[in-house]
Design a protein around this ligand. Structure first.
Ligand code: PHE
Length: 340
């Protein structure tokens, strides 16, 4: 009888390992453990044995039954998992849409294209991006930047006042002051954003436009660093042949100050329609950070120097793309935007 049991065990386990459906599994269960199952019959016939043998064989038979039962439930779990997996596979939904249904693609606005290009150039030179609010304290827009109370830019004809102390920033330069108050040198940032001036819109003016401020503060910074930086920027922006020219200028917050021209990318400097016959195009204002500006923001003016610059984003876009009227940039006319 022992032999018979071992044979049952071997066969059952073999069948179970090959079972590949719930039905087959059930068949095996009934075939061995059901009322008339092979193992059940063996258990029933135990009564015919001697007490000692009955005990021993009974124990063995029960072990085998437990083993088969355990194997069946293990196999059940396995089959369930496979079933779920198959279900997931067969029910997968294709969420892609065929390309032909798309009528028109959107794209970046020309100002965003220029913003991204300028940012990329300066990030490539190790600058990080700083931000400041468009609604700004008058003292950060002016006093922190060494601009006296009677300076014409502080006039309400030039700047939008919300209260006596709060304005719409007229330049991105207050971000210089904010950054110097928050960070210790070395500082190397650009600050892109909107600025506001009380101007009437025409071909070259708008009450709202965009600037990118640059600020570097460290030990041993000189005008040569400024020039090298702007030269690199101009070549990357307008092409490797581009030359730059620094003209003396005045800003209250830089000393010395300059305006920077680039050689006309269209005619290479000979003079044409784009540069209005000049050969040069003005693109930005810059200079060495005024010692008063460093001191106002808590930076030791004996130990540190810096340079700063402010680029007009509309100006760059107009030059680069030959846009004749600044107002096109804000009208969202698809006929204009589709050119980019
Ligand atoms: N803030 C100046 C402007 O709006 C530009 C500038 C920035 C000049 C930084 C010098 C240094 O015209």
């Amino acid at each position: 009888m022992q032999e018979k049991l071992l044979k049952i065990k071997k066969e059952a386990l073999e069948k179970l390992s090959n079972a590949n459906s719930k039905e087959v599994l059930e068949e095996i269960r009934v075939g061995y453990l059901g009322k008339k199952g092979e193992l059940t019959l063996q258990l029933k016939s135990l009564g015919a044995l001697e007490v000692e043998e009955r005990k021993e064989v009974g124990k063995k038979a029960n072990e085998i039954r437990n083993m088969i039962e355990a194997e069946i439930s293990k196999k059940q779990e396995e089959l369930k998992t496979i079933e779920i997996e198959n279900k997931i596979k067969s029910e997968k939904i294709d969420i892609s849409m065929s390309k032909s249904n798309i009528q028109a693609y959107g794209h970046k606005h020309p100002l965003s294209i220029v913003f991204d290009e300028v940012k990329e150039i300066f990030i490539g030179m190790g600058y990080s991006i700083a931000e400041g609010p468009e609604v700004e304290f008058a003292n950060l827009n002016f006093d922190a930047l060494n601009t006296p109370k009677d300076h014409p830019s502080r006039d309400s004809q030039d700047t939008f006042y919300i209260t006596d102390d709060i304005i719409l920033r007229s330049q991105t330069s207050p971000v210089q002051a904010r950054t110097m108050m928050q960070q210790k040198p070395p500082i190397k940032i650009i600050a892109p954003g909107r600025v506001y001036r009380s101007d009437t819109a025409d071909a070259t003016h708008s009450p709202m436009f965009h600037q990118i401020e640059g600020l570097v503060v460290d030990k041993h910074i000189s005008m040569a660093d400024l020039k090298g930086t702007l030269e690199m920027f101009s070549k990357k922006m307008f092409g490797p042949e581009t030359k730059i020219k620094l003209r003396p200028h005045h800003f209250p917050f830089t000393e010395p100050s300059c305006e920077v021209d680039v050689s006309c990318f269209m005619c290479g400097g000979k003079g044409c329609r784009v540069c209005k016959g000049e050969g040069w195009i003005e693109i930005l204002g810059a200079g060495m950070v005024h010692p008063n500006v460093l001191s106002y923001s808590g930076i030791d003016k004996e130990e540190y120097q810096g340079f700063a610059f402010g680029v007009g984003v509309e100006r760059i876009a107009m030059i680069k793309y030959g846009i004749s009227d600044m107002r096109y940039l804000y009208e969202n006319d698809q006929r204009f935007l589709n050119e980019f």
